[in-house]
Design a protein around this ligand. Structure first.
Ligand SMILES: O=C([C@H](O)CO)[C@H](O)[C@H](O)COP(=O)(O)O
Length: 210
């Protein structure tokens, strides 16, 4: 099980400072959608160059022109690129094909997908690398989480790795670990904490202990 730090509400210098504090405890750093919208793909490139030992995920949440966006993120040195599960099948297949050509990976984000079980089954057949259940900020604000969705996709996904994101904190991490996803994505649960290094270290430890 890998740990991914999601960085959303910071600029590039703030992102670098934050990563420095926790880099020994995480596997993947996510350059979040808001950062990419504000700073562009140079955020991905700068972070990968500053932290070459970490995998870097570009959270593009692609909806269309998928192969082109995967190509551009690959040129910016992203290791993993995200596409939305609600995108057309052609877009998903295009993203997978381009990622394979570039030696990169695709994570499909199931945010806003209503029937996650059916969609996960379809996505798994397209050869995507990760399928991620995700409760975004706006649904977290009304008390939702993705724990049940993780159970549902774990039943049907046979080839892809499974991932979970959305409001995961130290106190909810055990519930996630119980389900053994391949990837746990944590944003505010680390980034908004006073002692980020201690929280990331604790999370790493809990994940290692399984
Ligand atoms: O993808 C995300 C969200 O849609 C904003 O871009 C976050 O990175 C993801 O939800 C993880 O962050 P937390 O919910 O703060 O753990």
């Amino acid at each position: 099980m890998k740990l991914q730090l999601a960085l959303d509400l910071v600029n590039i210098p703030q992102a670098k400072e934050l990563i420095k504090e926790v880099e020994n405890h995480i596997d993947i750093v996510e350059i979040g959608t808001p950062i990419i919208k504000i700073e562009g793909l140079k955020a991905v490139k700068e972070i990968k160059e500053a932290f070459p030992n970490l995998e870097v995920l570009a959270d593009l949440k692609t909806m269309d022109a998928a192969a082109y966006e995967v190509l551009k993120a690959s040129e910016a040195k992203a290791d993993i690129v995200t596409i939305l599960g609600v995108a057309e099948d052609e877009s998903i297949k295009g993203a997978v094909e381009e990622a394979k050509k570039q030696g990169k990976q695709v994570l499909v984000d199931l945010i806003a997908v209503k029937d996650v079980e059916t969609r996960a089954l379809e996505l798994d057949a397209f050869g995507v690398d990760y399928i991620c259940v995700h409760t975004g900020y706006d649904l977290q604000a009304v008390g939702k989480n993705s724990f049940e969705d993780l159970t549902k996709i774990k039943k049907v996904v046979k080839n892809a790795k499974t991932a979970i994101a959305g409001g995961i904190k130290l106190d909810t991490l055990p519930e996630v670990i119980k389900q053994q996803p391949d990837l746990v994505i944590v944003g505010g649960g680390i980034a908004n904490q006073e002692d980020k290094q201690a929280v990331a270290a604790k999370m790493e430890d809990m994940i290692k202990q399984g």
